[in-house]
Design a protein around this ligand. Structure first.
Ligand code: UD1
Ligand code: UDP
Length: 369
């Protein structure tokens, strides 16, 4: 059985790295291909997890359009499929890389396993284009690794056979636990040293991230206006690692530069981001992965989106959907900066850190024999 693992962006890499490590640990051979839909942000993750791709398609171009990128992925991954007859490709989540690699695999009669399957808003415009990427990949996939019961129910509703679904938890928690363990045993790096110098950690830290396409323009401007207002509270420090997408960079740097308690910095590598999260009081973000990680650190997240496919975190009292309405962001931030408590006993609904073990067990049972 020839296995290909393929991903292209930072979050996919974080969530697929522990699968690669688990395969290595069990001495199961596989090849790793990165499309490099992201470049610097992907390489940071490959470095930390010490993963060396067998194929690097090196596809990222500045401010790439969805169609250009899709076309390049289809063309270049086909060279890999032509060269080696893979039996199964494992893809992740909702990116252009996942959906285009799944489609290319289908064209080549190669089976597809989908990690983080079954997340849905059933709104094509939000998140855009991720909702359609998920649905497309879900239609093509032969095996579906659903992180939660809710995600598995979506797949069943869409007619996927129960025997092709495994509920595993999210692999992001596996990655998080691996990383926290390293940090607890003294791991540090130049980003962490730099943060300790720049940021006053005696104040309450508000961590901000954002990158969703559906919020470009007015949405991002509203979020920045809210951050400016929140920064008037002198008891807090805002740290904002700004995503490298030029549509994000321009608005954020234009609107938030030059304030002494707003630190605009480059994307952090994964361990230093986790370190910073662990020191934070509140997170304001539209990120999927961060909504999943934060409950393990008991930190509330204001989700700056109108819809979320991660309702479990809201139900468990860790995330709050506030959209991109400035007033709503400010009001909720003020409340949470004053106090945050979830119901006693509420735990992270996205997993216990054993998702990769479950995924590889399932693959061994169904495909490797
Ligand atoms: C992509 C994914 C999104 C995922 C997000 C995670 C799609 C359609 N979008 O969005 O689902 O949540 O990644 O961050 O698959 N750039 C760099 N260096 C990098 C990364 C990006 O310079 O390492 C810049 C480039 O100009 C690039 C642009 O950002 O063209 C956009 O990258 P792209 O992957 O197309 O979109 P994201 O907004 O990053
Ligand atoms: N992250 C990181 N550095 C940063 C910001 C985020 O390593 O500067 C990590 C974060 O811990 C999470 C993932 O990147 O695991 C989220 O990626 P992103 O928000 O880009 O994408 P999404 O999860 O929304 O698809």
């Amino acid at each position: 059985m020839k296995i290909l693992i393929c991903f292209g962006t930072r979050p996919e890499a974080i969530k697929m790295a522990p699968i690669c490590l688990e395969l290595k640990q069990r001495n199961i051979p596989f090849k790793l291909c990165v499309t490099a839909q992201h470049r610097e942000m992907l390489d940071q993750v490959l470095d930390f997890f010490e993963l060396i791709p067998d194929y690097d398609l090196d596809l990222m171009t500045p401010n790439q359009s969805l169609n250009e990128l899709s076309a390049r992925i289809l063309k270049e991954i086909d060279v890999v499929f032509k060269k080696e007859n893979f039996d199964i490709v494992v893809v992740h989540g909702d990116t252009t890389t996942s959906s285009m690699v799944a489609l290319a695999a289908f064209h080549r009669n190669c089976k597809v396993a989908h990690v983080e399957a079954g997340l849905r808003t059933y709104n094509k415009q939000s998140p855009f284009p991720e909702e359609m990427n998920r649905q497309l990949t879900g239609r093509i996939a032969d095996f579906h690794f659903a992180p939660t019961l809710k995600a598995s129910k979506n797949l069943l509703k869409e007619g996927v056979e129960n025997s092709k679904i495994s509920i595993t938890g999210n692999t992001v928690i596996d990655a998080l636990f691996l990383t926290l363990k390293k940090i607890e045993t003294g791991y540090s790096n130049e980003f962490i040293v730099d943060l300790k110098e720049k940021v006053n950690f005696n104040k309450k830290i508000v961590l901000v991230t954002g990158h969703r396409r559906e919020s470009f323009g007015d949405g991002f401007e509203n979020i920045c206006n809210a951050i400016l207002e929140i920064s008037k509270n002198s008891d807090i420090e805002i740290v904002y690692p700004v995503h490298l997408n030029p549509n994000v960079q321009k608005t954020v740097y234009d609107m938030l530069s030059g304030k002494n308690n707003i630190h605009l910095i480059n994307p952090l590598d994964y361990p230093s981001f986790i370190w910073l999260m662990s020191k934070s009081f509140l997170i304001i973000s539209d990120s999927g992965g961060i909504q999943e990680e934060a409950p393990s650190l008991n930190i509330p997240v204001l989700v700056t989106r109108n819809t979320t496919e991660r309702e479990e975190g809201i139900d468990a009292g860790f995330s709050f959907l506030v959209g991109t309405d400035s007033a709503k962001i400010i009001e909720n931030a003020r409340k949470l900066i004053n106090s945050f408590k979830t119901k006693e006993g509420n735990k992270n609904p996205y997993g216990d850190g054993d998702a990769c073990e479950k995924i590889i067990n399932f693959l061994e049972e169904y495909t490797l024999e």
